[in-house]
Design a protein around this ligand. Structure first.
Ligand code: TMP
Length: 209
């Protein structure tokens, strides 16, 4: 009998949208449906990727370098963690993926989509998440949350215009692929968000049964 491929779930959103609050819970929720699951993140997810993450979040660098490092980390991650897990029938929950590059580098930093599409085509042709939950909040909410958090990284230090461009680019991605995306209003209570995630997860489970 051939092994059924696992499902690839990603969580996206501007910094401060609240997705990190739900990663561990969501991973447990997937497991509670009786499937094995790998929880991972980008940039990062491999020993090399975590070293690239430390660089990209702290070192000043050209936009092109930043974009290439995101995809370098991703290449390693897709080949050594994500694809092998999916092929083994495991589900993968990933905190950010290529939509983040379209949003942050493409939108926030104004690189545009076409060079990112070229890199995407090279690093993971014909491979996309099965479901992407996009956590969405307005600037004031994100700012208030980040103010209480740890020392901000290179992206969290950016201004309001960067935030709005990034958010708009995420919305454009979601509008272009409504089958894959579900938008979560990140201003709701944690309980309301979890209810929405659980309902969407139950649909995915039913579809893949
Ligand atoms: P995190 O704080 O959600 O783990 O993400 C780290 C930061 O990296 C976040 O500010 C978004 C940024 N990022 C990009 O700019 N491009 C990317 O492709 C990815 C995956 C993350």
């Amino acid at each position: 009998m051939t092994q059924q491929r696992g499902r690839f779930i990603t969580l996206e959103g501007v910094d401060g949208a609240g997705k990190s609050t739900h990663i561990a819970w969501l991973t447990d929720a997937v497991r509670a449906h009786g499937v094995s699951v790998v929880s991972t993140r980008e940039p990062g997810g491999t020993p090399l990727g975590e070293r690239l993450r430390a660089l990209v979040l702290t070192e000043p660098m050209a936009l092109e370098t930043e974009t290439l490092l995101m995809f370098a980390a991703r290449s390693e991650h897709v080949r050594t963690v994500i694809q092998p897990a999916l092929e083994a029938g495991e589900w993968v929950v990933c905190d950010r993926f290529t939509d983040a590059t379209y949003a942050y580098q493409g939108g926030g930093r104004e690189l545009g989509a076409s060079r990112i599409a070229t890199l995407e085509q090279w690093v993971h042709p014909s491979f996309q998440p099965d479901r992407t939950w996009l956590f969405d909040v307005p600037l004031e909410v994100a700012r208030a949350r980040l103010a209480d958090a740890r020392e901000p990284d290179r992206f969290e230090r950016e201004g309001a215009a960067f935030f709005e461009r990034t958010r708009a680019a995420y919305h454009a991605r979601a509008a272009a692929d409504p089958e894959r995306f579900r938008i979560i209003d990140g201003t709701q209570s944690i309980a309301a968000i979890r209810e929405q995630l659980e309902a969407s997860l139950a649909d995915m489970m039913a579809a893949s049964a």
